[in-house]
Design a protein around this ligand. Structure first.
Ligand SMILES: [Mg+2]
Length: 426
């Protein structure tokens, strides 16, 4: 019998914990990381203290403005307090501060809280390092979100060693990355995830098969991952409030079609869903909808260059070498043009700039239409294996890559606009 096969790991109050890794004086204090809307990255005027990060986790996400040098202006505008809580440390949660609450309300509940703008570059870098650490410890790891991972322990860790394995992993992450993490284990991914949620912060929880029903029985049904609004409403209509009640309504839920059957399998830990290691290396992408459709192609290529600059910066910072690139243009009247390209080059910013320019020229098949959105992403990373790279360009690429890396460092210090490409300055 192999009841424990899958672990789920979830970093505790990740963004707050991440800030503490570089500022130990924040440990033990109530800390709130707050976010604001999208920055104005197409602003042609350079802004010194502006840092940006654009990473996706499956789908495109907006980039975020980082204003670490000036948190005051980030949250306060005259008498107005702006932004919402992205993450609250457990000290702040004790005062009642919750994610998605307005900063204004949060400060009302916890006036002594320390307020910080998000720094997604830091979070993604730490998340990436955690993935690398986990891949040393576990053969199959799936990145589920920036701060959550699944690990498949089948054929790797014996039942009797499971708890000590989890404890050692938790300790190693705390020691090497200075990040607190909680780990749950169960026969299925979703029960493991539920186990983690009940032992936070800095907890370990194993749910073995014999106690599975007792464990889930009193947990509210809407706390189960994957119970969306549609299912939520159905459960409400049938007065089903807990997972235990749902498990007793097998024929009802399975009568809701395939999705109902899938959900019931998940609720009972019988979905047999695999840990997908492919998800551990997702793409890095950036996409933008234009405030106003762009007719002028010079302005279009200027914006492409701005986006490539941010995109290339992220790729260089993470030290990955993507080989598959996707570019897309959205036009007015719902016309689209998109394509994927593969190239084995050592990635550097000048290459990405000219590659993107060339591909967007190819893609712009409706030159009379205005452009409403631009997207680009990179996937299929090579890791430290230059053997497979295009040797014809290797030497030049190597120099450019070294240059791009020092550029990335300079931008860390002086802001994203400190060095811009020629195309951006029309
Ligand atoms: Mg978390």
């Amino acid at each position: 019998m192999i009841p424990f096969m899958i672990i789920h790991l979830d970093l505790d109050s990740f963004f707050a914990s991440a800030e503490r890794t570089r500022n130990l004086s924040l440990v033990g204090k109530p800390l709130i990381i707050g976010g604001r809307g999208d920055p104005f990255i197409f602003d042609p005027k350079p802004a010194r203290a502006k840092r940006l990060i654009t990473l996706n986790s499956g789908a495109f996400v907006p980039s975020l403005y980082h204003a670490a040098h000036d948190p005051k202006n980030y949250f306060f505008e005259g008498d107005r307090i702006r932004g919402i809580v992205t993450t609250a440390s457990y000290e702040a949660r004790r005062c009642g501060v919750k994610t998605a609450m307005s900063i204004r309300e949060a400060l009302g509940l916890c006036p002594q809280a320390i307020l910080l703008p998000p720094d997604h570059l830091l979070y993604h870098t730490l998340s990436h390092r955690l993935m690398e650490l986990l891949q040393e410890e576990i053969p199959l790891v799936e990145q589920y979100s920036i701060d959550e991972m699944f690990g498949d322990l089948r054929g790797w860790v014996e039942d009797r060693d499971l708890l000590s394995f989890m404890a050692a992993l938790q300790r190693r992450i705390a020691e090497e990355l200075l990040l607190p993490i909680s780990i749950g284990a169960a026969r299925s991914k979703w029960i493991a995830k539920l186990a983690t949620s009940t032992c936070k912060p800095y907890g370990l929880r194993i749910v073995c098969d014999e106690e599975l029903y007792d464990f889930v029985r009193d947990i509210p049904i809407d706390a189960f991952p994957g119970v969306g609004r549609a299912f939520g409403r159905r459960f409400e209509a049938y007065k089903i409030k807990t997972i235990g009640e749902a498990l007793r309504a097998k024929s009802l839920i399975e009568g809701w079609g395939r999705q109902g059957r899938d959900l019931y399998a998940k609720l009972s830990g019988n979905d047999h869903e695999d840990v997908h290691p492919s998800r551990s290396r997702k793409g890095i992408g950036i996409s933008r909808s234009m405030d106003h459709p762009i007719k002028d192609r010079e302005e279009f290529y200027r914006r492409v260059a701005v986006m490539v600059r941010h995109w290339a910066h992220t790729i260089m910072r993470l030290g990955v070498n993507p080989t598959t690139f996707y570019f897309g243009i959205g036009y007015e009247h719902h016309y689209r043009s998109k394509k994927q390209f593969t190239t084995y080059r050592l990635i550097n910013e000048p290459f990405l700039q000219s590659f993107a320019k060339e591909k967007f020229e190819e893609l712009d098949i409706y030159p009379t239409l205005s452009i409403v959105s631009i997207a680009m992403s990179a996937t299929k990373f090579l890791h430290h294996d230059p053997k497979t790279l295009d040797l014809l360009h290797y030497e030049k690429d190597q120099k450019m890559s070294a240059l791009s890396k020092s550029l990335a460092k300079a931008r860390e210090w002086y802001g994203m606009d400190i060095v811009r490409s020629g195309r951006e300055l029309l």
